[in-house]
Design a protein around this ligand. Sequence first.
Ligand code: ATP
Length: 237
Amino acid sequence: MSLLQIRDIEARFGGVVALGGVSLDVPEGMIFGLIGPNGAGKTTLINMVSGLIAPTAGHIVFDGACGPWPIAQTVRRGIVRTFQQTRAFLGLSVRENLRIATVHSPDPGSIDELIEACNLGDVLDRTARDLPYATLRHLGIALALALKPRLLLLDEPAVGLTAGEVERLGALVRRWNAAGITVLLVEHNVRFLMDVSQRVAVLDRGRLLFEGTPEQCQAEQKVIDVYLGRRAADADD
Ligand SMILES: Nc1ncnc2c1ncn2[C@@H]1O[C@H](COP(=O)(O)OP(=O)(O)OP(=O)(O)O)[C@@H](O)[C@H]1O
C-alpha cells in the first residue's frame, strides 16, 4: 500500500474549481514530482495534504489511516511541508531557530543532525535575516526536518536559486530521501524535478493529466502541449 493515497479530492473556492477530483498514490521511499501550469492546483493539493485547507470532497489516506486531519494532527502523523516563502524567526540566529524547532520535535537531540542534513555548520551564529537566499531556504527546510517527517512536502524549493545552488539542493533532497523520508516535490524548475524524481504527476486545470516516470512524462505529447513546450519556449525568450 502507498504511504500517501489521495482519493477523488476536490477543492472549490466559490465558483473556482481548483481541484476537480484528483487521485494519486505516493509510494513510501519515493521522490514524487508534481508539475503543471500556473493555476493547475499544485499548491492547493499540498495545502490539503498538509492539513492547511480541507477538501470539499474526497479523502486522504496516510499510512493506512483515513484523513484529512487538521494541521497539528497532520504534523504529528509525520506529514510536514515547506512554504514558498521561508518561515523562520528572521531576527534570531540559525542556532536559535533550530533550537526552537527541535523543542517541538519528537526527538529533541537532533540539532547536529539538522546542521549536517542542511549544510548549516558555517552559519550557526548568523541572524536568519542576514543569510544568503539559498541558505535561508535550507534553514526553512531544516525547520521542517526538525519535525521528523515521514512525508516531506516541498513547495517550489528551487525558486530563485542559481544553477549551482539547485544542484546542491538536489543532492540534499536525495540525501534526506536516502535517510528514509518520502518526498512530494512541487516545482517549476523542470530539469531539477525530472532529475531528482522517480515518478512525476502532471496537473492541468485541477485534473490529473498524466502520471509516469520522468522519461515517459517528457515524451508525452499532451504534457508537452500544456506545459513542457511552453516552459521550453519561455526559457528561449
Ligand atoms: N484561497 C483561494 N481562493 C480563491 N481561489 C483560489 C484560492 N487558492 C487557489 N485558488 C485558485 O485555485 C486555482 C489553483 O491554484 P493553485 O495555487 O493551487 O495553483 P498552482 O498550480 O499551485 O499554481 P502556481 O504554479 O502558479 O503556484 C487557481 O485558479 C487559483 O486562483
